[in-house]
Ligand binder design. Structure first.
Ligand code: AVI
Length: 322
């Protein structure tokens, strides 16, 4: 890593977290990039297209669970709940859940993007007139970003974390994140969380290698983002998308494979790529129900119940803080 960083000043690195993360990730012997950087404007749009694609069953099957079991989920949550959503994503899910709840206290989205929060607030207030919304700007993985929650009175707090986003965290990071959720809840408060189930590799690999090549564009876009924002000179045609299921680690790994040895310059730093080596861009962990229950138990929650889609590909868990 030292060699890769040599021509970049300490100030440049301190000022630019993205540059620091990219040089750190590409400076090691196994090249990686944090998956959060997949989501610039183009990446977020491509991700929405992935969610609508035929091969990516996760979003569709999760939506089926909410459609089929909404009343039971709402009943389980109970009256006067404040719904907290780390990473305000697709408003449709939370809107239908809020609409089904008995006298909800309101909605508390947390997101790094003020624009996404404004949009979420506007959509919730339009769709559910009178619903109280408290938006918090920040990275929900940081403890201090949760500090303002204390000023919002509620009988019951429920963290809503759908989309299998927990799968993009390493198991230990996932445990830390769930512990952070639990630390902001009182005993008996709830967690509604979506996880993708461990299943056959054919189905999983198809979901991350969709036939319309949207995931390929999504993955390659991270290099385009580095070119656009950090002035790098990646030639995207020298990399190929590869996603495969690692059955021992129970995760789909997404990589960019270098097709020909060459060098790339990023902020005056030269990074050498050797034909065949990869940049590891994302992990998407899959959980059995028992495996996720044990993660919940280790993180300060008691698993209470779960709901599945008819094909049993995906799970919505309900757990309570202890
Ligand atoms: C956001 N996250 C849950 C997606 C997943 O399935 O891991 C991101 C994604 N990457 C490729 N396709 C979808």
């Amino acid at each position: 890593m030292k060699a890769a960083l040599s021509s970049v000043t300490e100030n440049q690195l301190q000022d630019n977290e993205f540059l620091r993360d990219v040089l750190e990730g590409l400076g090691g012997s196994r090249k990686t990039l944090p998956c959060k950087y997949l989501y610039d404007e183009v990446g977020s749009r491509l991700f929405e297209e992935i969610c609508d694609s035929n091969d990516y069953y996760l979003t569709r099957n999760e939506a089926d669970i909410f459609a089929i079991h909404l009343d039971k989920i709402a009943e389980r949550i109970g009256p006067e709940a404040l719904l907290i959503e780390p990473g305000a994503g697709n408003c449709e899910k939370v809107e239908s859940l809020l609409a089904a709840l008995d006298s909800p206290k309101g909605y508390y989205p947390i997101d790094i993007s003020p624009e996404i929060l404004l949009d979420a607030e506007r959509r919730i207030k339009n769709g559910l007139p009178g619903m109280q919304v408290w938006s918090e700007v920040g990275d929900f993985t940081l403890a201090e970003v949760w500090d303002n929650l204390i000023s919002v009175p509620s009988r019951k707090r429920v963290v809503f974390f759908p989309g299998s986003t927990i799968g993009n965290f390493e198991p230990l990071e996932a445990e830390r994140l769930l512990e952070l959720f639990a630390s902001n809840l009182s005993p008996g408060d709830g967690l509604v969380i979506g996880t993708d189930l461990v299943k056959d590799s054919v189905t999983l690999e198809r979901a991350y290698n969709d036939s319309d090549h949207i995931t390929e564009k999504f993955n390659l876009n991270i290099l385009q983002r580095i070119n656009n924002e950090l002035g790098a000179n990646f030639d995207l045609s020298l990399f190929a998308h590869r996603a495969f299921y690692h059955s021992l680690r129970q995760r789909v790994e997404m990589h960019l494979v270098c097709l020909k040895s060459h060098s790339v310059s990023i902020a005056d730093t030269r990074i050498d790529f050797i034909e065949g080596e990869t940049i590891h861009t994302e992990n998407s962990h899959k959980y059995s129900i028992a495996g996720f229950n044990s993660l919940l138990t280790r993180s300060g929650f008691e698993p209470v119940c779960f709901w599945q889609d008819p094909a049993e590909t995906y799970v919505i868990h309900y757990a309570q803080a202890i």
